[in-house]
Design a binder for this molecule. Structure first.
Ligand code: ADP
Length: 648
């Protein structure tokens, strides 16, 4: 009993993304990664700069300085930068965590400050022009680290500079002046030392404050952007999920399938354990379970849900999304004990609203307490709205199909009843025309012949209507179909039209380019006869005297292609889209042959579709028409072809 385990799939993933809120973390991480590599690039310049400056000082200006030590500092900067460069590359490759980049940043800062202090000390201490380079480091630290840390670091800079200057002043640390740079030694001049130190300290603190403020403002803006981006991203993903759900649900008009797909996709998209739909019964009194995903049968059959008294149902059907954070304890639940047994802790209930009011309830369930938030409520509300449309469409389609079936059934019954009186009238008319009921004058004969023609047309109409109705109510049931030789059927139809063709001096030919055993299709003889009788009779009918009609059969990629071609009156372009509609006749056909039911092609298409084939037409007025029929080849292996002779 209880919930099944949910599997990983597209919807699960989608929903996990919906609930994800680590965009800000990602951005901060991305910023850290970029800053670390930016600092490394900068350090190549700094290291090279130290070496170059040392050389310039020494070679160009002949200023005396501890060249070896200063160059050593430059080389050391380049060396540890190489180490950081390699480490950063590796960390990027293995997509290391933010912590790795963080520690890289801290180590870099520590070494930079050490190098800077040494540079300051060996280039003259308080007399060193390099003292202002500390400011760069303070700026970098203020960008990199939080404000408090940045202030602490600038205090550290003041301490390092102040400490070095003080130790040199009292003689505990050797002073390394830049010879030929200053005319007099200043490192033991208290006023100068105090002046430099106080200006350096205030500059350091002010720069830290300034950069920190700018940085803080930028960070606030960034946070706003992140917040908006997060909201947008979540909204996009949710929209995408809703779109996916409507696509999946809308891809069928079968009500049962719509409901089943709706519960499954909703459960997966929201990452919840179960989902159900209950629809109001005809009385509008009870809510019946119609589709369930992830709930046990025991829970589904827990008892009737009365829409008029059940508090949760009442509230949901009033049009609200109801969020139940702790199901077993909710006063809204009619069956709290059963919910506890099922392991349900949270529920979210949304109304399925039709055009004329509530139709039912879409509900999701989860094992976690307090599982759903405002966004989930909006999400399920949107799904329920989409689902309601799909459900209403499916219900309407179902009703229409039933109506259509009833209509076909009616036509079938009515025409069937008409058939025998019409047929009797026809033979009576023939008997009278032939003079068996007494002598008939020429004038009477002519009237009788006209009446016969009309009655024959009526009979054809009845036959067509019967066939059409039969097609719609599923005449060619699968078990009645068997492999039939198409070649034989068509030959018979062609033979039938030889005399009418001769009467119009029309050349009627038939060609079959493949062996007979390759022309078997799964069908009934009647259905195939009806199809080709319609097409060939039309070709002969709509081809003027002296024309040509040909029928060709050839195999085509697992199908059989039959082309019925004529060089008759053709079909106007604007008539082509209506050709297979019931009772449609093109104007040029009406002009040429007054009598016609306009049902033949509708029946033909209907039959071909039942045989899982297709029909297309190519035509040009005054040039001719070709109907192409494609039917799947029957596999004869375990089937015995039925001899045509037996059936016809
Ligand atoms: P009917 O032949 O009784 O009019 P069909 O359903 O068989 O009805 O054909 C529908 C219409 O398609 C015809 O009225 C005619 O306009 C057009 N049509 C069908 N076959 C041909 C053809 N071979 N040549 C020209 N028009 C055709």
């Amino acid at each position: 009993m209880g919930f099944p385990k949910s599997g990983g799939n597209g919807f699960d993933r989608l929903y996990r993304e919906v609930g994800r809120a680590d965009i800000s973390r990602n951005l901060v991480e991305a910023e850290l990664v970029t800053s670390v590599s930016w600092l490394i690039k900068l350090r190549w310049i700094a290291g090279a700069g130290v070496l170059l400056a040392t050389w310039i000082v020494h070679a160009l200006f002949q200023i005396g300085a501890p060249i070896a030590i200063l160059s050593g500092i430059g080389v050391a900067i380049l060396l540890y930068n190489t180490f950081f460069f390699v480490s950063e590359r590796r960390a990027k490759q293995r997509r290391a965590s933010a912590e790795v980049f963080q520690s890289l940043a801290i180590w870099q800062t520590a070494l930079d400050w050490l190098a800077m202090t040494l540079l300051f000390h060996y280039s003259g201490g308080v007399e060193s022009p390099a003292i202002w380079y500390f400011i760069f480091h303070i700026i970098i630290a203020s960008i990199f680290f939080p404000r408090r840390t940045a202030f602490l670091l600038s205090v550290l800079a003041i301490v390092l500079v102040g400490g070095t200057v003080f130790l040199e002043y009292i003689g505990w640390l050797a002073h390394h002046p830049l010879q030929n740079y200053l005319p007099v030694a200043l490192y033991q001049n208290p006023l100068y030392v105090l002046g430099v130190l106080s200006f350096f300290s205030t500059t350091a603190i002010f720069v830290t404050f300034l950069v920190g403020s700018i940085q803080e403002r930028l960070r606030r803006r960034e946070a706003e952007v992140i917040h908006l981006t997060e909201g947008l991203q979540r909204a996009t993903i949710r929209l995408q999920a809703i779109n996916d759900i409507s696509k999946v649900v809308g891809s069928t008009l079968d009500l049962k399938q719509v409901l089943e797909r709706l519960v499954e996709t909703t459960a997966k998209a929201m990452g919840v354990r179960a989902c159900s739909i209950r629809m109001l019964d005809k009385s509008g009194h009870y809510l019946e379970p119609v589709a369930v995903y992830g709930l046990s049968q025991t829970y589904i059959n827990k008892g009737p849900v009365d829409a008029l008294t059940n508090p949760l149902a009442k509230e949901t059907l009033s049009g609200k999304v109801v969020n139940i954070p702790n199901a077993p304890q909710s006063p809204l639940l009619q069956y709290p004990l059963e919910a506890r047994q099922e392991g349900i802790q949270s529920m979210l209930s949304a109304p399925l609203m039709g055009k004329s009011g509530p139709m039912g309830i879409l509900r999701v369930y989860d094992v976690k307490e307090n599982r759903f938030n405002k966004e989930d409520e909006e999400f399920i509300s949107a799904i329920a709205a989409q689902g309601s449309i799909a459900i209403e469409n499916a219900i309407a389609y179902q009703a229409m199909s039933e109506l259509d079936k009833m209509k076909s059934q009616f036509i079938h019954t009515a025409t069937h009843e008409l058939r025998s009186p019409v047929s009797v009238t026809r033979s009576l008319l023939r008997t009278i025309t032939a003079g068996y009921a007494g002598e008939v004058s020429e004038q009477q004969k002519e009237i009788l012949e006209r009446a016969t023609r009309r009655i024959e047309f009526l009979q054809k109409l009845i036959d067509d209507l019967l066939d059409l109705a039969a097609g719609k109510v599923g005449k060619f049931v699968a078990h009645e179909m068997q492999p039939i030789s198409l070649k034989e059927v068509i030959e018979k139809v062609v033979d039938r039209y030889k005399i009418p063709a001769q009467e119009k001096d029309i050349e009627l030919c038939f060609r079959c380019e493949c062996p007979e055993e390759k022309t078997y299709v799964t069908a009934t003889v009647d259905s195939l006869d009806r199809v080709f009788n319609n097409l060939i009779s039309n070709a002969v009918k709509y081809t003027p005297n002296g024309g040509k009609v040909s029928v060709e059969v050839q195999p085509l990629d697992g199908e059989i292609h039959i082309a019925v071609q004529d060089n008759g009156i053709g079909i106007p372009e604007d008539a082509l889209p209506h050709l297979f509609s019931e009772f449609y006749r093109a104007p040029n056909a009406k002009e040429m042959v007054t009598e016609g039911t306009g049902l033949g092609l509708a029946i033909t298409k209907d039959i071909i579709q039942q045989l899982e084939g297709r029909i297309t037409v190519e035509s040009q007025v005054g040039v001719g028409t070709t109907f192409h029929v494609f039917l799947p080849v029957a596999h004869l292996k375990n089937q015995t072809p039925s001899p045509m002779e037996k059936r016809s």
